[in-house]
Design a protein around this ligand. Structure first.
Ligand code: AMP
Ligand code: MG
Length: 416
């Protein structure tokens, strides 16, 4: 490693190691500060702006976990005890205190009556003319769900910074919340650079390709709950690129672009950012995605992803996603969690950069998980991402033999 902590060079430009680059980006991600209140269903995918404290105890009272008979265990003899049924307590009603020497017919979710200390499941009971014969003696407390076993009044239900998933919505509803304080959505301006690009639905002219990155990027951002300012395709000139960046900086919290971040004469993003603002980072020691750029136009952060469709996807997952999560106020560890599994092939020629290879975690014939790599390393092959279900992390400079363990990032860890 050289003095500046860079792992290698590329055309005289030092490549930042991934961890350093990510720390640098995250140090510039300022969380939004405006809070809005949304209805419960609208809160899905949003980030909680403050901790939610329960105003009630859940369950509010001891209740039956089964359909059966509420009993006082001390009233029961051995197996085959016969006792009269003194009341019926369906869910939604409240019974009377249990009369001594009797049982209550009770249903799942109904309050256990005072004086009862267990519920006998109906499968071990037989009703005969207003009485029940019980063939198993329960232990005290059997089949009773205790008041407050889920949540106590005044307890924290969810922490600030939680990204609300379906199970969180259910939990909030269970304690009666209907308006939820969330951070406002992060507004992201996007554009694609490239004179070769046309939109799907248009005929393709000579030398043209369809603009796929806009759709990938838009979907990646929407799945993180961002609001978008879509600026379309920007022509490959310095003037047009500068205008688009200035316009984007005025409207959004974050600018994300695809293409034009290399050093060709047709790559104008880097010079435009340098002219209008400042470039904080350019080139990271990863493959694909090396020419990733990060900077600021005024106060607005800018992430420039490479134009190759796979590079865009990988750099979004590695850098864009954690940056956005932090800027949205998500608390806790933002790193995706890899799993570990044996690689299904030899990997004799590792790159000097850490490689995020399109890969599939799948089961072999014995039902054991293993990681297969896509046949091509080309970052232009978008079908590889449709084939893959995650990215294998192949360490820089380290050949691997079939069967060695590799880390694998499932798309489920990266795409939401
Ligand atoms: P660039 O980073 O601009 O040099 O582009 C690298 C490669 O990605 C070139 O082959 C471009 O044609 C392709 N590319 C750039 N932008 C897009 C886009 N929006 N959709 C699909 N391919 C793109
Ligand atoms: Mg280009």
């Amino acid at each position: 490693m050289s003095e500046c902590g860079c792992s290698s060079q590329s055309g005289g430009v030092p490549l930042k190691p991934l961890e350093e680059a990510l720390l640098l980006l995250l140090s510039h991600a300022r969380p939004v500060t405006e809070v809005e209140e949304v209805s419960l269903p609208e809160a899905l995918g949003r980030v909680l702006a403050s901790a939610i404290t329960s105003r009630i105890t859940m369950p509010p009272w001891d209740n039956s976990a089964m359909d059966g008979y509420a009993v006082k265990t001390a009233d029961m003899g051995g197996c085959g005890t016969r006792l009269p049924i003194s009341q019926r307590i369906p869910a939604g009603s409240t019974g009377e205190p249990l009369a001594p020497g009797t049982v209550a017919r009770i249903f799942t979710g109904a309050p256990v009556p005072a004086n009862a200390d267990a519920v006998v499941i109906q499968e071990v009971c037989e009703e005969q003319g207003g009485e029940v014969i019980i063939s198993q003696v329960p232990l005290p407390g059997a089949n009773i769900r205790r008041a407050g076993e889920d949540i106590r009044e005044g307890a924290d239900v969810l922490a600030a910074g939680t990204r609300i998933e379906p199970q969180h919505l259910g939990l909030l509803a269970s304690v009666g919340m209907d308006r939820i304080p969330v951070w406002r959505r992060l507004k992201v301006a996007i554009f694609s650079s490239g004179d070769e690009l046309v939109m799907p639905g248009q005929p393709l002219g000579p030398g043209q390709i369809y603009n796929s990155n806009e759709f990938t990027l838009e979907a990646l951002l929407r799945s993180l709950g961002c609001e978008l300012v879509k600026m379309g395709i920007v022509e490959d000139t310095l003037e047009a690129t500068c205008r688009a960046l200035e316009d984007a900086a005025e409207q959004a919290d974050l600018i994300m672009t695809s293409g034009g971040v290399s050093v060709g004469e047709e790559d104008h993003i880097k010079p435009a950012v340098e002219q209008l603002g400042r470039l904080d980072l350019w080139k990271v020691a990863i493959r694909p995605g090396k020419p990733l750029a990060f900077g600021h136009i005024g106060d607005t952060p800018f992430i420039g992803t490479p134009g190759n469709p796979v590079s865009l996807f990988v750099t979004f997952c590695l850098f864009g996603r954690p940056f956005i999560l932090k800027a949205q106020g998500v608390a806790g560890d933002l790193r995706p969690t890899p799993v570990t599994a044996p690689i299904a092939c030899d990997w004799p020629r590792p790159d000097k950069r850490r490689e995020f290879a399109r890969a599939r975690l799948e089961l072999d014939d014995e039902g054991e998980a293993r990681v297969s790599l896509y046949r091509s390393r080309s970052s232009g092959v978008l079908s590889s991402l449709a084939w893959a279900n995650g990215l294998a992390i192949l360490p820089e400079g380290q050949p691997l033999e079939r069967g060695e363990l590799v880390r694998f990032l499932p798309f489920s860890e990266l795409l939401s």
